[in-house]
Every structure is written in C-alpha cells, then in structure tokens.
Write a protein that binds this ligand. Structure first.
Ligand code: NAP
Length: 336
C-alpha cells in the first residue's frame, strides 16, 4: 500500500513518510521519573547499557543538590564541589551516553500490569515495560502562623538561594540536622548573626559540622525551643515568637528565617494505592530497589530509608537500573 502510494501520488507519499518521521515515540523499555542523583545515575547506566530508556524531569536535572551550597563528602572530589557543579557533571555524564530526556510534568501513573502508563500534563500518554521512581523529596514545613504568608518574603527553605539577601542582617535557622547546620555555616558568609533554634539540647548533625558551628562566632544557639509564629508585615519578617520547652516564651528580632527541618516525599503523582509506602509517605522497596509491583523500582530520597546522602541516591539509582535490566531480560525469556 505504501509502495503503491509512492508511485501513484508522489506528494502524498512524501507527507506520509514525513508524518511517520515526526511521530513522537511514546513506548519505552524503561521510564525513569525524576532527574536527581538517583534518576541520573539510573539513566546513565541504562543509556550506557543501550536500553530503550527515557528520563522525565519536571524542572532542571539535579534535584535538591542543585541548591546545596557545598558538597564535601562525595568520593573522588577531594577538595569538595558545589552542588550545582556536581549535578552539572552528573547530567553531562548521562548525556555522554545519549540519555533521552523529556522535561514535563507527570500528572498520573498506572503501574499495575505489564504495561506501565505515565500521563503527562500536556495530555500525552507514555508507556513502558518498567519504571524507576526517583522523584526525590522537598523541604518539610513547620506549619505555624505567618510561615506561608511570609514565604518568599523572609521565610525561606533554601539558604543557598536566599542567603545573599541577608547581608549584614540578623537571621535565624530552625533545625538541628546536617542541612540546618551546614546551611547555618553557609549563611555566616552573609549575615551578621545566625541564631540556630533547636527543639532539643543536642544536634543531630554529624560531629564535624557541629565542631565547625560551635567554633563559628557568628552562630548562636537557642536550645530546647520551638518557633511558634513568624511575625512580619508586607515588607517582610520582623521577628519570631519562640516557645521554650520550660513553658516560657520569648521574641527574637530577625529579618530572615530559614526552615531546614528535614524533607517530605515528592509523592503527589505516585499511585500510593498501588505501591507500599511508610507512615511518612516514602516508597517501600527491598534491598534491590524493587517495590511490591513487578517492574517498578524506586531509588533516592523518595525511598523509605534512614540515610539520605547523594552517594546513597546515586548507588540506589545504579541498583534500581540493574534490577530493571534483570526484570526486562526475564520478560524477554518468558516471551520466547
Ligand atoms: P534531618 O536529618 O531529618 O534533621 C531534621 C532536623 O530538624 C532535626 O534536628 C529535627 O529535630 C528537626 N525538626 C524536625 N521537625 C521539626 C519541627 N517540626 N520543629 C522543629 N524542629 C524539627 O533532616 P536534614 O538535616 O534535612 O537532612 C536530611 C537527610 O539528608 C539526612 O539523612 C542528612 O544526613 C542528609 N544530609 C546530608 C548532608 C551531608 O552529608 N553533607 C547534608 C545535608 C543533608 P530532632 O533532631 O529533634 O529530630
């Protein structure tokens, strides 16, 4: 038929073939959702292994690390490296193996059955034999009065992004983990004083960060206390109301308030009724990154786990991809 068209109507055949060439590919062996360190590593492995793979990312590749000021513990980078630079290198590394990427918002998925279905905001429907979920996590909120109203006007969840706005000003950080202490140290480059408010009397952050923070004269601590309200007006933050664990209250004048109290999963588009998740909404997998659904894997900060490091995310991305390859090769065997 196509041959006949080619002979009988030259212009029609030209457009027919042009149409075929411009038809968008919608079916893959593997779709990776999320382009942080886990997704990029899975993508690198899959592209290098010549799988028919697509990575979908809603923003820029790199995830949370993009806004991490400094990464001092990623092996091989002896002098440390900025988060942005590290993720730029990871993206370039996956690109070297021609990883196909699509920048789009996933709005839904059906991961049951052999053919996994992914819906995009554009209305496009993609399908794959296997899926790696690496959608990561986002900063957790305090959910106190004034937080939402003053978000972007003095309340921030990203010291790297907003630190330079607070040159020579007095600011506060809430949290006692690695992020809070690392970013409090970063903020001393700009602010005249950084008060760290922590709900207990010991920090969760690693010893080396604690040592640095205790030695930094611009950092002061308020222990055993919680921020109960962010006070401000149209111009921005003015102060914080603080509730101390002994029942007393106080007010701390600051112009900037950084909330760095951990992370919440990016699980809004995941079919949580099909997957198993923990009480925090993180996806449960086994040690091979397999979820309870055949052909569906999860890696990185979206996983239910204790240690969240860039190196873990990258390692889990590699493991998830190898598990996906194993699953796909078994599918091939059963089809023969
Ligand atoms: P995190 O380790 O979970 O620490 C969260 C901190 O916020 C804890 O100190 C916690 O207090 C406090 N907190 C939680 N909810 C609170 C609330 N409602 N009010 C007041 N304080 C609250 O989170 P993270 O620091 O964001 O780190 C997340 C993961 O990334 C961790 O696994 C961390 O090790 C990793 N990370 C690694 C590096 C690095 O290796 N360089 C850097 C950054 C992050 P409690 O201590 O009382 O629970």
């Amino acid at each position: 038929m196509v041959f006949a068209l080619f002979h009988e109507s030259q212009p029609l055949s030209f457009f027919y073939f042009l149409g075929i060439l411009s038809m968008k590919k919608t079916d893959y062996q593997l779709i990776i959702i999320g382009g942080g360190p886990a997704g990029l590593t899975a993508g690198l492995y899959a592209a290098r292994g010549r799988l028919d793979v697509l990575l979908i990312e809603k923003g820029a590749t790199g995830g949370q690390v993009l806004v991490t000021d400094w990464v001092d513990n990623y092996p091989g980078f002896y002098d440390g490296i900025t988060g942005f630079e590290l993720m730029d290198k990871m993206t370039a590394h996956a690109d070297r193996f021609d990883l196909e990427k699509k920048f789009a918002n996933v709005t839904g998925m059906d991961l049951q059955g052999e053919q996994k279905k992914i819906s995009l905001e554009s209305g496009e429907e993609l399908t794959a034999q296997s899926v790696i979920i690496s959608t990561g996590a986002k900063p957790r909120k305090l959910n106190i009065p004034g937080e939402e109203e003053l978000s972007g006007q003095g309340v921030s969840y990203c010291a790297t992004c907003d630190g330079p706005f607070y040159r020579d000003q007095e600011i506060a950080v809430v949290g006692g983990g690695n992020t809070a202490i690392q970013e409090a140290l970063h903020l001393t480059k700009f602010a005249s004083k950084v008060t760290v408010i922590h709900r207990r009397d010991t920090l969760r952050a690693t010893a080396i960060l604690q040592e640095k923070a205790f030695a930094e004269e611009k950092i002061e601590f308020i222990w055993d206390a919680q921020v109960s309200e962010v006070v401000g007006n149209d111009e921005g933050v003015e102060s914080l109301n603080i509730q101390h664990n002994d029942g007393s209250t106080s007010n701390l004048p600051v112009t900037g308030f950084f909330i760095l109290i951990g992370i919440a999963p990016n699980n809004e588009v995941l079919p949580l009724d099909q997957l198993e998740s923990d009480e925090g909404g993180f996806v449960v997998t086994d040690h091979e990154m397999c979820t309870k659904l055949p052909g569906v894997f999860a890696a990185g900060d979206i996983r239910s786990k204790n240690s969240r490091q860039i190196i873990n995310a990258a390692g889990e991305g590699a493991t998830a991809e190898l598990s996906a390859e194993h699953y796909l090769s078994n599918l091939g065997d059963s089809a023969e």
